[in-house]
Design a protein around this ligand. Structure first.
Ligand SMILES: *Cc1c(COP(=O)(O)O)cnc(C)c1O
Length: 481
């Protein structure tokens, strides 16, 4: 054994070779993506490889990379592919990936400290604030994604509106039960946050929606009034700027008015739609989002930053900091040196040690500029309209919901046949996946199974949707025989 063993490689030239090979492979991967299946299912023997015991002794870097090439890379999820439209994801970006590598090689920790990471994140937050037209003194933090962004926003809401020192007392001595409000279409992560904040799902009022899947403001107002009469304490309304089922945007000004007159916190879950403020076409539809007290953005979705990257903005910086700040002696800030500076990001969220996620966002925006990133969003919205028209024009296809933003729900429905359409469409969807042709996902609206296409993809072309329609019809005809 050598005297000073480290985890660095002994043969740097060999490392260099593997590193170059990885970059070459990464570029080929992106170049050849379109001609590959979107997804390849793993066989049992492929899965069995991941049951092998932990190695006691190691391999060389190139041997490890060979394992990646052979056992892992054929079976990736497929979301960078031009015909991946499942759930709601982004496509990633080369610069984002390379920036992530730089973040790792410098092992940057963005929780605390007087070093450049702080200023990168400050600038990214400033940019997000400008995009959302939030005031200059608003605060924000880069987080893992939409779930954590909503969690932070709702935690501040609870802290500010509780009416007592909830950090000290918790909910143990709470005089009244707090209630939160959102539509039935709101994303499930908000319920998780409300559960973990100790409010309890039973106090999360889920308000019915209109036929376009936006929240019904009249019912919302009635519910708040009834809750007040019954002795509850209504504290927060969550608006959806793009729902996960259909991309519906709530009446964001209407919600702002209610929050103002009811003295409630206004949080917007903008995981899908908020970043679309950079699209000239979508921006007018988001009017009112700037009136929120806090807003969640998801940058690994429509901004195509590699996972993970989300952001939350809070209009009142002091409230934000007061919700999370706790400074023991070992984290007290010095006047000079690395441990100096103000506004450490660990004071604005749950994490102390944090990956410097801001770097990849910063480098992507520097590379592409915000106009081009906005054009990618606008094109997806146009592509949604294109697909909507293809569906409406086809006698064997049925549009299942109004198209909000970039999400289309449809199904195969040949009107002359009496068949189980839910089963048929599930089978069509699974076959599309298994053939590797396209990866939409699914949802159920009014008990009807829908194929759901969420187009947050900068690589999709109009012809990809022509292909999807052709394959849906082909499978529909085959499978209903
Ligand atoms: C994706 C999504 C979330 C959750 O975001 P993650 O980044 O997956 O944690 C929350 N709300 C909406 C509307 C979403 O689409």
């Amino acid at each position: 054994m050598k005297e000073y063993e480290t985890l660095d490689h002994e043969d740097w030239q060999a490392t260099q070779k593997v590193g170059h090979l990885m970059i070459d492979d990464a570029i080929s991967f992106l170049q050849e993506l379109r001609d590959k299946p979107v997804w390849v299912p793993m066989k049992d023997e492929d899965k069995a490889f991941f049951k092998t015991p932990m190695p006691k002794e190691g391999l060389s870097p190139d041997q490890v990379y060979d394992l990646y090439r052979e056992k892992i890379s054929p079976f990736i999820m497929g979301n960078p592919h031009p015909r991946f439209w499942a759930w709601y994801m982004g496509s990633g970006s080369m610069m984002g990936a390379m920036a992530d590598f730089l973040t790792s090689i410098t092992n940057s920790n963005a929780g605390a400290g007087n070093y450049v990471g702080q200023f990168i994140e400050d600038q990214v937050i400033t940019w997000m604030r400008n995009i959302m037209t939030y005031p200059e003194d608003a605060s924000g933090i880069i987080v893992s994604g939409g779930s954590m962004a909503n969690f932070v926003g709702l935690a501040v809401a609870r802290h500010v509106k509780a009416g007592f020192d909830i950090r000290k007392e918790g909910l143990q001595t709470s005089p009244r039960q707090m209630t939160f409000y959102a539509s039935t279409e709101v994303h499930s992560c908000n319920q998780k946050a409300i559960e973990l904040l100790g409010i309890g799902a039973a106090y999360f009022r889920r308000i019915p929606v209109h036929t376009d899947y936006t929240i019904n403001l009249d019912i919302l107002k009635e519910q708040i009034a009834r809750d007040r009469l019954d002795g509850y304490q209504p504290v927060c309304i969550i608006g959806s700027a793009g729902t996960v089922n259909t991309g519906a945007i709530d009446d964001l000004n209407g919600l702002a008015d209610i929050c103002a007159s009811e003295d409630m916190w206004y949080h917007v879950d903008g995981a899908i739609g908020a970043i679309a403020m950079i699209s000239d076409v979508v921006r007018p539809r988001l009017s009112g989002i700037e009136r929120s007290d806090s807003v969640a953005l998801d940058l690994h979705k429509w901004l195509h930053i590699p996972f993970e990257a989300g952001c939350v903005l809070v209009k009142n910086r002091i409230s934000h900091r007061d919700t999370f700040n706790l400074t023991p002696e070992y984290l007290e800030q010095n006047i000079r040196g690395l441990a100096s500076g103000s506004n450490w990001y660990s004071e604005y969220g749950l994490q102390l040690s944090r990956r410097l996620r801001a770097l990849k966002i910063w480098m992507c925006i520097k590379e592409h500029g915000i106009s081009k990133l906005g054009r990618m969003i606008t094109r997806n919205v146009d592509q949604a309209a294109h697909l909507e028209k293809l569906i409406l024009d086809h006698s064997e296809l049925e549009l299942m919901a109004p198209v909000g933003l970039d999400i289309i729900c449809y199904r195969y429905n040949l009107p002359t046949k009496n068949q189980d359409l839910n089963r048929l469409n599930r089978e069509i969807l699974i076959t599309l996946h298994e053939k590797g042709w396209a990866i939409p996902s699914y949802t159920t609206l009014h008990g009807q199974y829908c194929i759901r296409v969420a187009i947050a993809n900068h690589r999709s072309r109009y012809e990809d949707f022509d292909f999807l329609v052709a394959k849906t019809v082909e499978l529909g005809q085959q499978l209903s025989k």
